[in-house]
Design a binder for this molecule. Structure first.
Ligand code: SAH
Ligand code: SF4
Ligand code: F3S
Length: 474
């Protein structure tokens, strides 16, 4: 597996940073591409597939867009702000394009899919528009664009999973990697644009997933995160063995690659996460005790309008079940403030659910109406912006308190930590994560650990976002 490019993901959803790739030496065309990703880990993972497709064609990667022949933005449509960020970024490329008219600009991903060829009219600078299921056609589209035509392919597919493509790892720390296990979403949450931008749900061949995890492990990786919009609905028929591979079974297969390879996954839908998955997690030490279980709203009435198909009581029962089967499980959430018709009472229900679920962490947003979604068609976006923002502020403040409380309970406890690299603040400290996905920083001292090693670390102190500890045994 190639491990030659370093990238950055601008993570609007997951609140990360912006990433851009390194130069590499496989460059038969003497042409270079630069790729930037926005949105969720799925998009980041797709950029690794795109990089692989371009490299097969002999393109080299560069992390300096000024020397690129092809600039690609892998875009997100999840909230209006995500699209604004991309548009702003495009204007920054205008000058470079003026200075170098031969340079091509391509827009990939969800915003490309949503706007289709309209994108070309709206953003004159864009030469290529490619949707998430059409990346195999990029080389042809580039050729087309090189002749001065505008090139578009936004066809969605019912089958494409890029199963056979071995992704080039972008921005790799060499320790953790993402493996896409399915694409699309069939859920139709009324606020969400994803079913429209990513199409129907389809699961990737289980063998190719296990092979990718194995190959990562062989290259020294110590953690894989299995990605899907709704991993619990993973379903693949293994014709050869006449076996239905559910998500629980897939998790087990990946966990069996090696007991020293950690396995994580995201995202779980409260309506679909099964006892089979929870028992599989409990059975294998290397499947991390961490579940991202988006709540969205704590009010059953709002959940119904959101088409989430569970109630407040169902969600509480799921959290209880998780804590029963995996007592030390970390749980995080996504919460939306100010969805259509949300009252103060509904908002209070969200706060009380957050409190009772005692999330370790949450991603919190105010509702942003997306054109074409069920909510945009059916309901009025009637919560005033100042009210949305005030509610979001209350949600964020509560989560800060919950994160602080959760961290304070870890003081004195010892965690097995996978070392991901130097701490941001000091090269004298390591940064790693516990099984529960909490970041732990601790002095390297003279224990002789390296990146990718496991260390047992006792927590001595904490901030709202980070645990601080010391190695207890080698
Ligand atoms: N598949 C995942 C979520 C994908 S999108 C799941 O079902 O949980 C990530 C998060 O963005 C969602 O969980 C939701 O909280 C938020 N989100 C999606 N659409 C949104 C919108 N229109 N406005 C505000 N937040 C939104
Ligand atoms: Fe969107 Fe719902 Fe699908 Fe998640 S499960 S991607 S929120 S439609
Ligand atoms: Fe954004 Fe598409 Fe992901 S809309 S959140 S990049 S699936």
């Amino acid at each position: 597996m190639l491990d030659l490019a370093t990238g950055k993901v601008h993570d609007e959803t997951r609140q990360g940073e912006a990433f851009a790739p390194f130069a590499n030496d496989v460059n038969q065309h003497n042409k270079k591409f630069y790729i930037e990703s926005y949105g969720c880990q799925m998009n980041f993972s797709d950029s690794e597939i795109v990089a692989s497709i371009l490299q097969e064609e002999g393109f080299g990667a560069t992390r300096n867009y000024e020397e690129a022949d092809l600039i690609l933005l892998n875009t997100c449509s999840i909230r209006e702000k995500a699209e604004q960020t991309v548009r702003k970024r495009l204007t920054e490329f205008r000058k470079i394009k003026e200075a170098n008219p031969g340079m091509l600009v391509g827009v990939l991903g969800c915003m490309a899919e949503r706007l289709k060829s309209k994108f070309l009219e709206e953003e004159k600078l864009v030469d290529i528009v490619v949707g998430p299921d059409a990346y195999r056609t990029l080389p042809v589209l580039i050729e087309e664009a090189e002749t001065g035509q505008k090139a578009v392919n936004v066809l969605l597919s019912r089958e494409e999973t890029y199963a056979d493509i071995s992704p080039v790892r972008l921005d790799s720390n060499g320790v953790t990697a993402f493996v896409s296990i399915m694409r699309g979403c069939n859920n139709m949450c009324s606020f969400c644009v994803v079913p429209f931008t990513r199409g129907r749900e389809r699961s990737r061949d289980a063998y190719s997933i296990v092979a990718e995890a194995q190959s990562l492990f062989d290259c020294g990786y110590k953690e894989v995160t299995l990605l899907g919009q709704n991993v619990d609905s993973y379903y693949w028929m293994d014709e050869a063995n006449d076996e239905i591979v559910t998500f629980g079974k897939l998790l087990e297969k990946v966990a069996l690659v090696s007991s020293t390879l950690r396995v994580r996954f995201s995202t779980s839908h409260p309506k679909d996460i099964t006892d089979e998955v929870l028992h599989t997690m409990a059975k294998h030490e290397n499947i991390c005790n961490y579940i991202h279980l988006p709540l969205q709203s704590g009010s059953t009435r709002v959940l119904q309008l959101m088409n989430r198909t569970y109630t407040r009581e169902w969600y509480i029962a799921k959290v209880n079940r998780i804590r029963e089967i995996i007592p030390d499980c970390g749980i995080s959430s996504d919460v939306i403030a100010g969805f259509c018709t949300e009252t103060e009472e509904d908002h209070a229900d969200t706060l009380s659910m957050m409190q009772s679920s005692a999330y370790d962490m949450s991603y919190m947003f105010f509702y942003s109406e997306r054109p074409g979604t069920l909510a945009a068609k059916r309901y009025k976006d009637d919560v005033p912006e100042d009210v949305k923002k005030r509610r979001l502020k209350e949600i964020v403040e509560l989560q800060n308190k919950l994160s602080y409380e959760s961290n304070s309970k870890d003081v004195g406890k010892t965690f097995k930590v996978l070392i991901e690299g130097n701490s941001k603040k000091s090269e004298a400290d390591w940064m790693g994560r516990s099984s529960q996905n909490k970041v732990i920083v601790f002095p390297k001292a003279d224990y002789g650990y390296k990146k990718g090693d496991y260390a047992f670390v006792q927590v001595t102190d904490f901030t709202q976002a980070t645990l601080i500890g010391e190695v207890v045994k080698k």
